[in-house]
Ligand binder design. Sequence first.
Ligand SMILES: NC(=O)c1ccc[n+]([C@@H]2O[C@H](COP(=O)([O-])OP(=O)(O)OC[C@H]3O[C@@H](n4cnc5c(N)ncnc54)[C@H](OP(=O)(O)O)[C@@H]3O)[C@@H](O)[C@H]2O)c1
Length: 289
Amino acid sequence: MRVFATGASGHIGSAVVPELIRAGHDVVGLARSDEAAAAVRAMGAEARHGNLTDLDGLREAARDADAIVHLGFQHEGIASGRFAEVTAQDEEVVHAICGELVDTGKAFLGIGMGRVEDLVNHPNPRAKVALAIHGYTQRGVRTVLVAVPNVTHSERDRSGFIPQYVRIARQAGVAGYVGDGANTWAAGHTLDVARVWALAVAKAPAGSQVTGATEAGVPVRTIAESVARHLGIEAVSMSAEQAAEHFKAFPFIGIDVRMPNEATRELLGWEPTHPTLLADLDAGFYFSR
Ligand SMILES: NC(=O)c1ccc[n+]([C@@H]2O[C@H](COP(=O)([O-])OP(=O)(O)OC[C@H]3O[C@@H](n4cnc5c(N)ncnc54)[C@H](OP(=O)(O)O)[C@@H]3O)[C@@H](O)[C@H]2O)c1
């Protein structure tokens, strides 16, 4: 298949593209800079210069492809307080691309957030984007929602949950968690997550909802204790109010995420093979940079 990938130069995209090429696909990666284009070509894909804000360019790329893997997201908008705006733009991207795929049976793979039936009126605006994608299933598009674990970990992870958490713990001299720290984060190694995307391109039926999580939910206290041990500091329980103040720039410490993967393993014949989150923490790279 000819696969058009947005976000091809990103953390997850740069793991997905080689998987797709290994599986025999021709991959075209969206690149908004010469640097991103060089990274895309270095993986053996074709670079298509463009931007997520250029909807006509995306429509044209979609017409030329058999499958679209949508991993691009304007994360810098989150840091600058424009989360709702960039998420609304993401929804426009979905409609621009999927609008070209109506009644073609071509595949569109985008970011899922758990079961679609739980997403109506969800507080996270990205749920609306997932619903928009799923809506094209009835319009002749092979939609697939891939729920990416909130902790996608590996040496390639430079700005995910763990690097942010380690930075705050190091600066504060304590590794905090909320209450008893029993809330959990879903985790998956970048390369296992990438494999799910590639398998889903090949064989997920229309309307599928799959996950790249290899660990459904790791207790945040367990993560805090590992980080504390590696940094030589204490793991400390905080009230929700203390945590809101302590983790100001990282308002995710108390979220409770579980992503069971049995159905995905069954559907795709996926066997995760890469290290667990605690093994990656023990490998040390999160603390040596
Ligand atoms: N990593 C995680 O732990 C995690 C967890 C849950 C969900 N997700 C979701 O998974 C998806 C991929 O995440 P990621 O970690 O791979 O993100 P990432 O490393 O930030 O990559 C984002 C990609 O989007 C591209 N991009 C951003 N703005 C663009 C624009 N205006 N025009 C064209 N391309 C643009 C970036 O290009 P440049 O290379 O030029 O910057 C990059 O290729 C995102 O939707 C993310 O929210 C990630």
